[in-house]
Design a protein around this ligand. Structure first.
Ligand code: AMP
Length: 276
């Protein structure tokens, strides 16, 4: 496994790498959710590249960029075990050199939900993903359904800027009790972790109500909200039931719908979703 910090060296490695090349972009502190993407990429490609970069431009000024969990040694050991070929782990100056002043803005699909609650977040995401796809030039790039809106933003970006990768979306990996794996779960105390189950439980309730014939989106959102607010540690940022393709909010659930939510548990903000 080759660990590369510079764009120039990565370009050379790309030239001699077996194709197709699969890329899994991450911010590190790897867990089984990341590893599922990596195992899938390993099965489908001649070369697997993983990027590890905590991208400052996707964090708001009051967010956790400084304290975001990092453990490069453990990450590299996991990647080596998984048979990864190339790790791209650039320092910040390599990605954003002095004078950097070009950003990518994805339109409507990035403006709602997370885009509305985390100003500038998707501008940072789209910019770094655009840079990674142009530096690494993968045939396939793997993303998790856990970040459903990010997947839509990346697909739009990839199509609109002719970046030429196949975008592969992989299912959300969960702990046995349903909590979606996230690097931020390490922030949770034992009692907060219990409250964090409210996300998955409310999504399960939504699925149940819908399968029983309930198609009034407000009614489903109200029941989800009641379930979550029963946990005193949980504060809802938003609950949304939206068209799964363009994310416009639905009154009636009459087409494939993304049920998504963001909830603050103490100081930790968690997101999760299901498709109906
Ligand atoms: P991150 O390091 O949080 O930026 O995540 C890197 C990639 O892993 C993104 O495409 C995420 O959607 C994906 N990912 C994170 N958590 C999970 C999970 N629990 N299941 C599946 N994919 C995940």
């Amino acid at each position: 496994m080759q660990v590369i910090e510079s764009v120039a060296v990565f370009r050379k490695a790309h030239a001699v790498a077996a194709k197709p090349l699969g890329l899994v972009p991450t911010m590190g502190f790897l867990h089984e959710g990341h590893m599922a993407l990596i195992h899938r990429a390993r099965k489908e490609n001649g070369t697997v590249a993983v990027s590890i970069f905590v991208n400052p431009t996707q964090f708001g000024p009051s967010e956790d960029f400084e304290t975001y969990p990092r453990d490069m040694d453990a990450d590299l050991a996991h990647l080596d075990d998984a048979g990864v070929d190339l790790v791209f782990a650039p320092p910040i100056e390599e990605v954003y050199p002095l004078g950097f002043d070009t950003f990518v803005d994805v339109g409507r699909v990035g403006e709602r939900l997370e885009g509305q609650h985390r100003t500038g977040h998707f501008r940072g995401v789209a910019t770094i993903v655009c840079k990674l796809l142009t530096i690494v030039r993968p045939d396939r790039a793997y993303f998790g359904q856990k970040d459903a809106q990010q997947c839509l933003v990346v697909k739009r970006l990839n199509a609109d800027l002719n970046l030429g990768a196949e975008i592969v979306v992989c299912p959300t990996v969960r702990d046995p009790d349903g909590l979606a794996l996230s690097s931020r779960n390490v922030y949770l105390s034992r009692s907060e972790r219990e409250a964090a189950l409210s996300l998955h439980r409310s999504l399960t309730l939504a699925r149940q109500l819908h399968s029983q014939g309930e198609n009034d989106a407000d009614m489903v959102k109200r029941r989800m909200g009641e379930l979550i607010t029963a946990y005193p540690a949980a504060n809802i940022d938003y609950i949304s039931i939206a068209d799964a393709e363009n994310l416009t909010e639905l009154d009636i659930i009459d087409r494939p719908a993304l049920v998504s939510l963001a909830v603050r548990i103490g100081r930790t903000r968690l997101i999760d979703n299901v498709i109906l």
